[in-house]
Design a protein around this ligand. Structure first.
Ligand SMILES: NC(=O)c1ccc[n+]([C@@H]2O[C@H](COP(=O)([O-])OP(=O)(O)OC[C@H]3O[C@@H](n4cnc5c(N)ncnc54)[C@H](OP(=O)(O)O)[C@@H]3O)[C@@H](O)[C@H]2O)c1
Length: 310
């Protein structure tokens, strides 16, 4: 049986420059920005660290295989790993996202560096859960994943038991539960309290702050790692700040874009282990990665931002 050690990536800082040697060349500008070590946070259940900027695949990886958008994803992934990222969130129900992600990681030789998070999604009962996971492994071209999450709490008791069974067998390193809307946060908190998963995933942004009330304090108390999704409110936050200048204090926090501001907002809550912004555009990936460097927001800066954007 695989032990926790078998999975450890080792080291507490993920230096992007250490990865550069094994990858094809890309623009000097992107590589230069990646030479500092990205901030990491600890997964409480194991003590392993994970880089705070992860990436999502909903929408961004749901593109036709082999086309221009698919080719852009190669660069999105190269920049992600070169910048010190490792954690990638996907799901079997994000149409063909797993089918694109698996081969791309394989072609780029990046699977071993990746912390793959996927889900048991839309299934009912043990047999369906196990069958979906087996198929996910094929689609992702791997024999294990780092995190298996029960998507949107569907059939959660059975599916969490399935995830734990797979953890016992060494095919899954951590188990988790997810949701993505404010109205489900109390239910998510109840499930976390009752079942104590290794991870939870929930929506959190400048305008959707419900997780601060119950989910984050509970995660801190119980030692549950937290991934936050929809940090840009699925892109809607950018419309809210269209034409607005960054606040004067942005430079102090080494922030040069609204995307970095929104990601640092989420990371400024110490309960948050990592954020998982989704983009299919290489330059936006480079932008998002910068939020893993430099200072976070003070409580006063967070309040100012809420007043400005909310
Ligand atoms: N567990 C769940 O139920 C659940 C639900 C929702 C999401 N998720 C996970 O969380 C991930 C993120 O959530 P999300 O995809 O809903 O929303 P999101 O990350 O809040 O927003 C994604 C949108 O932001 C745009 N964007 C990304 N980076 C940008 C930048 N630097 N500048 C300007 N625009 C930028 C993207 O456009 P472009 O692609 O055009 O760049 C896309 O339209 C998902 O991919 C998925 O892995 C999980």
């Amino acid at each position: 049986m695989k032990t926790r050690r078998d999975f450890l990536i080792g080291g507490s800082l993920v230096a992007g420059s250490a990865l550069l040697g094994s990858l094809p060349a890309w623009p000097a500008k992107a590589a230069a920005a990646d030479s500092r070590a990205m901030r990491t946070r600890v997964i409480p259940v194991s003590g392993e660290t994970v880089p705070v900027i992860g990436m999502g695949t909903s929408g961004s990886f749901e593109v036709p295989n082999g086309g221009a958008e698919y080719r852009a994803l190669q660069e999105v992934l190269k920049r992600f790993f070169a910048g010190g990222g490792t954690l990638i969130d996907t799901a079997p129900t994000y149409s063909n996202a797993e089918d694109n992600l698996g081969p791309l990681l394989e072609q780029l030789g990046l699977r071993k560096k990746a912390f793959l998070a996927t889900k048991l999604s839309g299934v009912t009962g043990r047999e369906e859960g196990l069958a979906q996971f087996e198929n996910t492994l094929k689609r992702l071209r791997t024999d294990k994943v780092e995190l298996l999450q029960v998507h949107n709490l569907r059939d959660w008791k059975t599916q969490l038991a399935v995830a734990r069974e797979l953890k016992e067998k060494g095919q899954v390193k951590y188990v988790g539960v997810t949701h993505y809307v404010e109205s489900a946060q109390d239910e998510l908190a109840d499930v976390v309290k009752a079942s104590r998963p290794d991870f939870l995933q929930i929506n959190y942004s400048v305008t959707q702050r419900g997780a601060e009330r119950r989910v984050f304090p509970l995660a801190k108390d119980l030692g549950v790692a937290v991934l936050t999704n929809r940090n840009f409110d699925d892109g809607a936050l950018f419309n809210r700040v269209k034409g607005k200048q960054l606040p004067g204090w942005a430079a102090e926090a080494q922030i040069t874009s609204w995307a970095q501001m929104f990601l640092k907002f989420a990371l400024s809550d110490e309960a948050v282990t990592a954020v998982i912004p989704a983009t299919g555009k290489p330059d936006r990936q480079s932008d998002n990665l910068k939020a893993g460097l430099g200072p976070l927001l003070t409580p006063a800066q967070k309040s100012e931002l809420i007043a400005l954007v909310g």
